[in-house]
Design a protein. Structure first.
Lengths: 226, 254
């Protein structure tokens, strides 16, 4: 169901993994939207007005109402366009609880450990963060086994809530791999996730909004001096 | 309705996240078994059912664990449809979830910081609590919750439960720390909401008596002060003391 022009707008920036999440959700639902690219280092008036509490992207504007926080936006898109595309969250309340829990874990614990690798100033700190990130991925590998039930995604046959939560970080994970020489998604450590990562990135709803690793690397060097 | 024995809650008596789940279960009229957990000494059941975070609350429904209080609240709401906690409209749900996130991400840590600091550090923490309350006050007065009795409308909803179970620490800390956190003059709408919330029968049955909370808070504060020299801006993170208050206020472990 295509939205009218101007009805759906997303304030974001192309390198942000958090912005990727609602973009994938909107693509899965076949919703047309206007992408409002923020300039790095500046916050637009619209952003400040739409997200006065955090002043951060992404922000979804739907009928001029603003929705903030990436996974909250994903859940909103799932509800607002319930009759389009696939359901992003499963129907069963217990499975929904599992998806919500792992999405929470990914942002609360896993992302900081991955980001810790990039921020690390010593080899010891880097190794410690990497150990934490791998340990987290082992947990997520088990979660994948349980949730996917042998299918392609955490959501089963289709991209679901946890796929979006974790998949959004894959671009930056590749950058960190290239920068550090460490293999995050290692076929030996987490074989299911290694395959899942390829599959997720190749999906048509994801491909077109995923920045190329080289562009992300350039961005990282330019803005974070690495 | 499920037989009572199918629901079991692992919780801690002074933990606001546990109170959230207890309140939700009460609002839904659901019976449950309760097991008290010691945050410093988790039971085998807790370690088994929440291996990732090893903390309360954990709701067991027919032995299947649900973890993280806001996840648990939504699970309860989606499993038992009567007396809904969540709004029906997707946008209103998104708003409720956003402010729950704000409560966990900004407000609770700021309130915890008031308790675990002194001197200049505490003054900064108090200012942060005020800044956060201002945002809520504005939303209640002019924003998404304008004209509503509760955040959930006429009845208590998800956001009332999340904010309400924890806001009682504000009054406790005001007394123990002798700081002003919720001044009715500055935050009239928030103050009125909190008083209204605390008067609800189910809430009165859930939240421990104020004198027990005061005793608990005073005990921890004494321990912290006796460990620090009293002039540092943040009390040292002595095992157990900071952890206990963190568990109580915002559910963080360690």
């Amino acid at each position: 169901m295509a939205a009218e022009a101007g009805e759906v707008r997303l304030i974001g920036a192309w390198p942000s993994p958090f912005v990727l999440r609602p973009r994938v959700a909107l693509n899965l639902k076949g919703v047309e939207y206007e992408f409002l690219q923020e300039k790095f280092g500046e916050k637009s008036e619209l952003l400040l007005r739409s997200n006065p509490v955090y002043k951060k992207i992404p922000v979804l504007l739907h009928h001029d109402k603003s929705v903030c926080e990436s996974m909250i936006i994903v859940e909103y898109v799932d509800g607002a366009w319930a009759n389009s595309g696939h359901a992003i969250l499963p129907a069963d309340p217990y499975e929904r609880a599992l998806h919500r829990f792992w999405a929470f874990y990914i942002d609360d614990k896993w992302f900081p450990s991955m980001f810790g690798i990039a921020k690390a100033e010593t080899e010891e700190a880097k190794a410690e963060s990497a150990e934490q990130a791998w340990a987290g991925l082992k947990l997520l590998e088990e979660a994948f086994e349980k949730l996917s039930k042998g299918k392609a995604f955490f959501g089963g046959d289709i991209i679901g809530y946890v796929d979006i939560a974790l998949g959004a970080y894959l671009g930056w994970a590749k950058v960190i791999e290239q920068m550090t020489g460490l293999k995050l998604l290692d076929e030996e450590k987490t074989p299911l996730l290694a395959i899942w990562a390829e599959r997720f990135c190749a999906h048509e709803a994801v491909k077109e909004v995923t920045p190329e690793t080289e562009k992300l690397m350039e961005f990282a060097k330019m803005h974070f001096g690495k | 309705m499920d037989p009572p024995s199918s629901l079991k809650l692992l919780g801690s008596w002074a933990d606001s996240h546990t109170h959230r789940v207890q309140l939700a279960l009460k609002l839904k009229g659901l019976e449950f078994e309760y097991q008290e957990e010691d945050a410093i000494n988790p039971s085998p059941a807790l370690l088994l059912h929440n291996p990732v975070y090893k903390k309360v609350p954990v709701l067991l429904h027919s032995d299947r664990p649900v973890v993280e209080s806001v996840v648990i609240l939504q699970y309860i709401d989606e499993t038992w449809a009567d007396n809904p906690i969540m709004p029906a409209d997707p946008f209103e749900r998104a708003v409720a979830r956003f402010w729950c996130h704000f409560a966990e991400d900004k407000l609770a840590p700021a309130v915890g910081a008031v308790f675990s600091s002194s001197g200049e550090g505490q003054k900064t923490a108090v200012d942060q609590v005020h800044d956060n309350l201002k945002l809520l006050e504005r939303e209640l007065r002019d924003g998404a919750f304008k004209g509503k009795r509760f955040f959930g409308g006429d009845k208590i909803g998800l956001l009332d439960i999340v904010l309400g179970c924890g806001s009682y620490w504000l009054a406790v800390f005001e007394e123990v720390m002798e700081v002003k956190l919720v001044d009715p003059g500055t935050f009239p709408v928030f103050h009125a909401w909190l008083k209204d919330f605390e008067e609800q029968n189910e809430v009165k049955e859930t939240i421990p008596a104020i004198d027990k909370l005061l005793e608990y808070a005073r005990g921890i504060r004494q321990m912290m002060l006796s460990l620090s020299n009293g002039t540092s801006t943040t009390a040292p993170a002595a095992a157990g003391t900071t952890s206990a208050i963190n568990v109580a206020v915002d559910g963080r472990s360690g």
